[in-house]
Every structure is written in C-alpha cells, then in structure tokens.
Design a protein around this ligand. Sequence first.
Ligand code: PLP
Length: 445
Amino acid sequence: KIFITDQCSEAYLNDRKYVLHSWSVQSKVNPPVITGGQGVWFWDEKGNRYMDFASQLVNLNVGFQHPRVVEAIKEQAEKLCYIAPSFANDVRGKLARKIVEITPPRIAKCFFTTGGADANENAIKIARAYTGRHKIISRYRSYHGATYGAISVSGDPRRPPVEPGIPGIVRVFDPYCYRCSFGKSYPECNLECAEHVREVILYENPNTVAAIIMEPVTGSNGVFIPPVEYGRRIREICDEFGILLIADEVMTGFGRTGYWFGVNYFDIEPDIITMAKGCNSGYVPLGIVAVSDRIAEFFDNRMLYCGLTYSGHPLACASALACISVYEEEGLIDNARKMGAVVSAEMAKLKERHPCVGDVRNIGLFGCIELVKDRFTKEPLVPWNGPPGVMAEISKQLWADGLSMYIRWNYMFVAPPLLITADEIRWGFEKIDQALEIADCFVQK
Ligand code: PLP
C-alpha cells in the first residue's frame, strides 16, 4: 500500500490490490507495469525500455513476440483451442515426435505437462513406478520447481519452509568448482563430487534408490558447469546400480547452453529428460517428460498413473512446434554458442577491471558473474540466502540504465534471448561494468 499514489495506473492498482506475487513479502512488492516487448527489448507503461538479459525467467529464448510463434498460436486457436489428453491430435503427436527426434537416441516417448515443476513431479512418479524403488537423489544447490514434490527434491533454500516435504529424498554436494565442497581443484580432485554420490548411494542401499535428478548445468543456484567427465561418471554410477538418471533440462534445454540439451555437452543419455521454459519460450504454459524406450515399453502393459487436464494442450503444442522450427531455421542454437564466446570475452574484461568479481563462468548464453568481498578468501559480497544488501543498489542502477538482469544473492546471471547480437551483448555489459563500481567499494582492501 505504501507505493500507491494518485498517479498510479489502473493496471498497477489492480495488481497491488488483487494479485499475490511469487516469492515475495506482499507489502514490499512494487512492480513496473509492462505493456509490450519485441525481440530482446520490453517496455513499461511510462515508455521506459529495458534489454532483457534474463529472458524473463530464463525461458523467453526466442525473445518477445516472435511472429512465427505468435502466428502458430493464432492459427491453432482458430482451428482447435482444446481437446482432452485422451484423444489423439495432430500438433500433440507431431510435437512428441519432434522431441524424440531432437533428444538423444534413447528417448522414445513424451508425457506432456504444464510447466517444469509438474514435469519433475511426473518424472519422480514414473521413476518410482519403473524401478519399484522410492529414493530420489538430488543436489543441495538445485531447483526443480515449487510444487510439493518438486520443491522437496530441490536443495534450494526455498525448500525448508515446506519441510518435511515428500519422503525419500537424499541430497548430495554439487560440482561447484569455484567453491569445492571437498576443498579440491579440478582435475587433481579426481571428481570427488561424483565419487561422493557413489558413496552416498552405498550408504543408502542402492536397491532403494530409484533415480538421481540433476540439472546438467545448475541454473538459479549459480550456473555450475561441471567438467564433462562428471556427467559421464554420474551416468556410469547410475548404470552400476540400476538407478535412473533424470536430467532436469527445464532451464538448460533448447539451446540455452549452445547445445540442444545440456546433456549433449556431456554426450550422455539420460533415462528421463524433463523440459519446459525454452520448449516454446513460455508463450503458452508447457512442460514435457521425455522417457527412454525401456521406460516407455514398461508402460505398454501397465497403468501410467499420471494425468493433467491440460496435458498436451493444443495451443502449447503448436507454439512449441513453431518455436523449435525457429531454433532450427534461424540458427539460434549456433548463435547461442557464438554469442557465448562474446559473453566469455566480456566477462573476462569485467574480471580484470573489477576486484569485486570473484568468478565468471558461462556455457553458451548461460552465465554467471559471482561477486565477492575478497578474491582470496572468496567471501561472497552478500551472504548466501541473506538480505540483498548492496546487490539491491546494483539492480536499481541496472534497471535505471535499461538493463533487466536476474540477480540472486551474490550471483548476476547472464541469460539473454538466443537471438541477441554481439552489439546488444556489449551494450548490456557496458551497463554491468558501470554498475559494478558500486560493488567495488565493498571489496576489502
Ligand atoms: N527445474 C528447473 C531447473 C528450473 O529452473 C525451474 C524453474 O525455474 C523448474 C524446474 C520449475 O519450472 P516451473 O517454474 O515451470 O514449474
């Protein structure tokens, strides 16, 4: 209420009066009213323009209002807006087939959901049904969604408020090379973070473990890009004990890393891949659980206890087909890789210029600038899961300069739409460069 004045628009007043905002103390919410967007830019009701360096929630991969995706939704809306999941339908079948074609060869069939969290919920159900085991191994610094099961497998601090959550979740340490939980450095570490997973499995009793769920590259907990051998070793460990590997590609899928999927970087084949976000750039809610041939066959003669009213929604499927054809025909995955090199170069310059920059890392257009008070001790500029402190000042300056970034704790994420150009990236980094001067003042001399 403290933000309400005579000048507020009806859109703002309705929002503040009637909308509950995600992950927020409601009285502290003061959202700009967004009225439009095009490509990598969006604007508010006052005419201020912002470059989107976060693709909204790392989902708007083809940018705002891509005409081909908009057209596909319009065409499908005129043809058939909804048909129940029990029927066959042209766009639903076509999309399932397309997903099977672009994922690793082992993937054979798809179950459609409405987003990332329910994709992971259903992946857990499928893994438990297929293996007859109940435990799921996940990582501490992970996020898999906000519904009860998905938040339970997450390690992210958004999870403890809903504890005890669902039973049977076991968490392990992460492949976070900059802050190795084992105090080691790659490659002398001999991948202790992967061997630790094996040890935990032994203590838990391998015959009780259904699956390991992992983001191939950790997303909102800090963009950890593991060594290629890490992914391969986790696959080997799963095979050794008959454990399924679930790759949560909700953020990493559909070109974000410069590969179709994060697992392509490791060159491994998971048993289940969960997807959402970039599958249709968020134009219509959609999630996908893609399963291996063996899992698909298992359900040939058994009940699949999964179902959603909006499973395989025709508008969502049509938008995903159009979005995938944009990735293919406009070379966006290639562009993500090329622009990833521009991001790496710009990040390296920031690290040279700013003592507050502790680490920079990116794979394709998925990057993170990690800020510290002291490069030697690596003390984070603001504490993990603590109040934003100086980071709020940085956000404010970036926003005033027209750059929209996803900032969490001491992490600044770089994840623009995949069609961004080198000049646009450099423009964004100029703004970051200026804003980091605020943070440099907090570095211990
Ligand atoms: N998995 C990962 C890796 C995510 O980053 C997210 C959302 O950020 C989710 C799952 C949850 O997806 P949704 O918000 O669509 O439920």
